[in-house]
Every structure is written in C-alpha cells, then in structure tokens.
Design a protein around this ligand. Structure first.
Ligand SMILES: Cc1cc2nc3c(=O)[nH]c(=O)nc-3n(C[C@H](O)[C@H](O)[C@H](O)COP(=O)(O)OP(=O)(O)OC[C@H]3O[C@@H](n4cnc5c(N)ncnc54)[C@H](O)[C@@H]3O)c2cc1C
Length: 596
C-alpha cells in the first residue's frame, strides 16, 4: 500500500524561505497569518492527512461509492463520513473563507498548501469538500445578500456541500450547447429542468443538504454561451429565510463507473422542475461560473502536484530498499546480494524528474495561490491589477502543466517499482489511475492551452506574461554577478527572451491565419510551464544557498536544479520547433486520409 508523509520541510521552504509569505500576508491585512499560526495549521493538517485521510485511500478505491437505484441514494466508502465529520469539526472547510460567514479568514496562499496535502492523502475524498470552495467564491462575489446570508454559512461550515453542474450529454467543453431550462415562477424562483452528467459529489451521505450551482437557459435566452444563467438549486428546498423544507425535484439517476477516484461520486443528476434561484444577472451565468471554475482549476492543478508528490515519496523509498543488479561502476553494497536500484542512472532519471517537477511545481502553484490574496487585498490598485493579470496567466499553466506532470510522475514512480508497480499491492497503479482524471475535468489540457494562448496571451496582449518576465528580469539582474548562480541565471535569461520572441511570432502569424493559435497552444503551454519552473528552480538555489539549512538540503536543491536545467528545460526546444512548424502538419492531411 502506498503511504503519505506530508513534505513539510519543502512546503515550509517554499512558503517561508522562497515566497516569504509572512510579510506579504501582513501587508495584505492578514494579521493572524504569522509564522507560528501558519506552521501550526500546516502541522495539524499534515497529521489529519497522514492519520485519517491517507489510510482511507485504498478502501475508497476498492469499495468505491455505492448507488441505490430505488432511492437515488449514494453511500460513500466506509470511513469517509467519519473523516468528513472530523474535517468539519476541525473547521478545515472554512480555512480561507471570509470570517463574516464563519470562516477562519486565512489567506488562500496557505489554503492551497493544505489542499496539496489533502489531495495527496486521498484524492477521491478531497473532491467532496473541493467544490464547496468554488461555490462559496461564486456566491460571495455574485450572490444577492439574502443568498449569502442563507447559503454561505453552512457551506463554509461544511454542514452542506456544493457542486458545479455544467456538463450535459451533448455539452462538454462547449457550454454554448447546454439545454437545461429555467422557467420563471410566480414567487420569483425558477423551475429547473434538464439532465447534468459527471457531477462530482452530486449525491452523497456526508451532509444533509447539497447545494447545486447549475447553468441553465431562461426562456428568452440568446443562443450559445451568451444565453446562460446560473442558479442555486438545493437538494433540500431552502426558503429565503433560511428554513429548510422538503426534498427538491432533483435526483441522482446513476453513478459512473470509472478508471480512478472510485471513492468520488460522479453522478448523473436529473432536474425535474426543481426549485432554483438566479445568481447574478440573467444570461451572465458564465461570468459567475468562471469565478468558481478558476478556483477549481487551481485546485485541480494542486491535485496533480499532490499525487506526484505521494508517488515520488513511495518510489524513492522503494528504490532505496529494492536490491537488484549492480552499479555499472562496480558493487556499492558488496556484502548484499545486489545493490539497491537507486544506484542505476535510469532509476535516478525517473526519480529526479519527479523531484524536479514536484518541488518546482509547488512553488509555481503556491505563488499562484498567494496571487489570489494579492489580487483581492493589495493596497495599491496597480499591484492588485498586476497580481490579477499574472494569476489569470498562471492559472491555465498550473492546471495544464501540473496535472500532466502529475500523470508523468505517477507513471515514472510506477515504473520504478517494475512489475510490482503494476499490481495493486503497492498502490502505485491506483495513483496513476487516480491522476488520469486531473487532465480532463475542469477543462482538458487542450482547453487550458487555448485559454493561455488565446485569451490570456493574445486577447489580453500578454499582460500577465509581461509581469512574469519582469520577475525573471529582476531576479537575473540581482544575481548577474553571482558566479555560482551563472549556470542558472544565464540560460534562464535566454529562455525568457525566447519566450517573449515566441509569443510575438505566434501573434504575428495568427493575424494572418487563426489556425496558428490552436496549432501552437499545447506546445506554448508547456514551453511556458518549463520556463516558469526554470525561474523557480533558479530562485530555489539562490535562496537555499543563502540560508542556514543543512548542506544535504542545499545539495538537494542545487543538484536537482542542475538536473532540471540540463535534462528537462531542453524539452522547450522540441516545443519551440513544433510551434515554428505551424498548423500545416496538423491540418494538411485530408480527414478521410487519416484512416487510409
Ligand atoms: C470524473 C469526472 C468528474 C467530473 N466532474 C464534473 C463536475 O463536477 N461538474 C461538471 O459540470 N462537469 C464535470 N465533469 C465533466 C468534465 O469537466 C468534462 O468531461 C470535460 O470538461 C470535457 O468535456 P467532454 O468530456 O464532453 O469532452 P469534449 O468536450 O467532447 O472534448 C473531447 C476532446 O476534444 C477536445 N476539444 C473539444 N473542444 C475543443 C476545442 N475547442 N479546442 C481544442 N480541443 C477541443 C477536448 O480537449 C477533448 O480532448 C467531470 C468529468 C469526469 C470524468
């Protein structure tokens, strides 16, 4: 069975040493987010994850959720409810929610570290509280006062959970195709009718009520994505005074059987004239839903990071223990029948890839988490705007790259186990299966790439990219004379210039041929992700070397950064070449020649 020990040393290094969050949080008005509090929260969450959630990971996979066709009820795996109750009692559901609604009001920049641990401990379980965060955000920003009064407190407290109901059988990526209808009622509410599929936590036995946030069309709605409105549809009817009434006309029709996250309920939800309330303006539902989706996108990126970290941790332990073959340069442990596989360069390649992508990815994600706080609370309007631009730019990179790297790392980790990784006993195949969903839900990697390339880079004229390039330039200038860092600073500066040039050249070619954007998007996403990680690795070495941390820690950072710069960053060459080749090699082949 795979185990989980929260990587608190590296989490603290990222938060305190590199990102220096205490002064940042203090400047944003989070007076209670001092180091002592943050460390205590991290320790306590790690304990909960290691002792309560992680031991349920296997049973969640083996037993899965159970569906009762007669009643539409969904039962979560043994232990899930008890763990959820402990989670609620500990106040974890509202850790970074506003104090006025019962939350602890801690920064999102710390909430994201907790999410990493929770996801790593038990991804399927983590999906139950995950979407409540998004629902809280959407209601907080777009709900009417009475809606906030009635729905936010129980969602923040975790006594109710939230869902996000977008997908329909004919409507996945393209939300303009959705058909669910909303009919205005005499009392100001709406009757919601339609079928939503793949709804995470659509039905379960963890809470008494479930608050569905549903996209639907009003009778006079324009066609396409401009005609979509957002509604609150509770499982148990809720009056404007907060009173809970009878069962609403929404019911789970089936639970999907799937490749991984068996303990997560993926539901078909049938709305049959269910009572709902409009959130925000008619036909402006997508805007409100995007608030929820952006929170969830960062959250899913973190899922990739969590699983990769857990996979790496287990593979490293196994590689130290598993005795097979000898080192090519001669026996390292002559008294043993064989050397540990850790001595083999190929095994080290896989392990170091995991270490480089997870520790670098951690900084990328945590930085994005802290930008949520800066974008909302920075005193200076320009600082708020820059944080918002950068957050928008980084969100598809966090979601797209961290989830793809999560898949890559779980596969490397499984490979380190050889055949023992493929069988169920060690739990590595579960991690690989569980990781697979992260590149699909909350917008596939292809859609993240289009968001980054099309909207965040072209439409917004590179506003977020400019902020990030400015950070790289400041770092490179500060360390320009540091001989020990030159091996990182020089290539980083060159890659940043290439990134800028590449963006410009795509923009120029896209003006003549719109297909350029779609053809370049995937490679641009990864080119961006690898350069971003190069920045975080270079900064990690600079910070570690200047710190009082033990020599092994410093060597870990320095040598992993060397590995990253020499063996992973060159992946950008392939991406740049693919971008330069343009759309022809993708579009020239006639459709009917694809199977000729
Ligand atoms: C386990 C699970 C949980 C889920 N949870 C939820 C949930 O809670 N709420 C919810 O509403 N939905 C949920 N979903 C749905 C999920 O978000 C969708 O599956 C996803 O958005 C993709 O939609 P689709 O499956 O219809 O694929 P499609 O939209 O049919 O896409 C198929 C392929 O075509 C590509 N493609 C489509 N359009 C484009 C384009 N314009 N450019 C480039 N490529 C394109 C996609 O990238 C993908 O590779 C869940 C799904 C699963 C499997």
């Amino acid at each position: 069975m795979s185990t989980y020990h929260a990587p608190l040393t590296d989490i603290r290094f990222a938060l305190h040493d590199v990102l220096q969050v205490e002064p940042l949080f203090a400047s944003l008005g989070f007076e209670d987010a001092g180091r002592e509090t943050l460390d205590a929260v991290l320790d306590e969450c790690a304990r909960l994850c290691e002792t309560v959630l992680a031991p349920l990971n296997r049973i969640g996979d083996e037993v899965g959720v159970r569906f009762d066709k007669a009643t539409g009820a969904v039962t979560t795996p043994t232990g899930f409810k008890d763990a959820y109750d402990q989670f609620v009692e500990g106040g974890w559901t509202g850790i970074s929610a506003p104090v006025e609604f019962g939350g602890m009001g801690l920064p999102h920049g710390i909430g994201i570290c907790l999410e990493e641990m929770i996801d790593a401990a038990n991804l399927a379980w983590s999906n139950f509280p995950l979407l409540s965060h998004g629902a809280v955000n959407a209601l907080h920003h777009h709900g009417e006062d009475w809606q906030k009064d009635v729905f936010l407190k129980p969602l923040v407290a975790g006594t109710w959970t939230g869902t996000m109901c977008l997908t329909e059988p004919q409507c996945g990526t393209d939300l303009g195709l959705l058909k669910t209808r909303a009919e205005p009622q005499a009392d100001g509410s709406y009757a919601i009718t339609g079928t939503k599929i793949f709804i995470t936590a659509g039905e379960h036995d963890l809470t008494d009520n479930i608050i569905h946030l549903v996209l639907a069309r009003l009778p006079d709605a324009p066609e396409g994505s401009r005609g979509i409105s957002l509604f609150i549809v509770p499982k148990m009817q809720v009056g404007r005074d907060g009173s809970v009434g009878t069962r609403n006309a929404v019911r789970c029709g089936a639970v999907e059987h799937k490749m991984g996250i068996h303990g997560s309920a993926t539901c078909v939800m049938n709305f049959d004239g269910a009572q709902g309330y409009l959130i925000g303006q008619p036909h402006k539902g997508l805007m409100a839903m995007f608030t929820m989706m952006n929170t969830a996108r960062l959250g899913v990126g973190i899922q990739g990071l969590g699983l990769a970290t857990r996979a790496y941790e287990n593979a490293l332990r196994y590689a130290r223990e598993r005795l097979q073959s000898r080192a090519l340069s001669g026996a390292k442990l002559p008294s043993k029948p064989a050397d540990p596989i850790l001595v083999q360069p190929d095994v080290r390649r896989m392990l170091l890839t995991c270490k480089a992508l997870t520790e670098g990815g951690r900084l990328l994600a945590y930085h994005a988490g802290s930008l949520v706080d800066s974008a909302a609370h920075a005193q200076d309007p320009l600082a708020r705007k820059q944080a918002d631009d950068l957050l928008g730019f980084l969100t598809p990179i966090v979601k797209g790259c961290l989830t793809e790297w999560g898949n890559e790392c779980t596969y490397h980790a499984l490979q380190c186990y050889g055949g023992h990784g493929y069988i169920a006993e060690h739990g590595m195949e579960q991690l690989a299966r569980d990781a697979r969903i992260t590149t699909l839900y909350e917008g596939t990697t292809g859609i993240q790439a289009l968001d980054l390339m099309g909207r965040k880079t072209m439409q917004l004229q590179g506003a977020g990219l400019r902020v990030f390039l400015g950070m790289i330039e400041t770092f490179c200038t500060t360390h320009a004379e540091d001989v020990a860092l030159a091996e990182f600073v020089v290539p980083l500066r060159a890659k940043a210039a290439e990134w800028q040039q590449l963006t410009r050249s795509i923009a120029e070619r896209a003006a003549a041929d719109p297909e350029e954007i779609g053809a370049a998007a995937h490679d641009y996403l990864f080119f961006s992700g690898y350069v971003a990680l190069a920045y975080w690795w270079a900064r990690s070495v600079a910070v570690a070397e200047a710190s009082a941390r033990p020599e092994t820690f410093k060597a870990g950072k320095r040598e992993t950064a060397r590995f990253y710069f020499t063996r992973i960053l060159p992946r950008t060459l392939g991406h740049a070449a693919a971008i330069a080749s343009g759309p022809a090699s993708l579009l020239s082949i006639p459709d009917d020649a694809l199977d000729s």
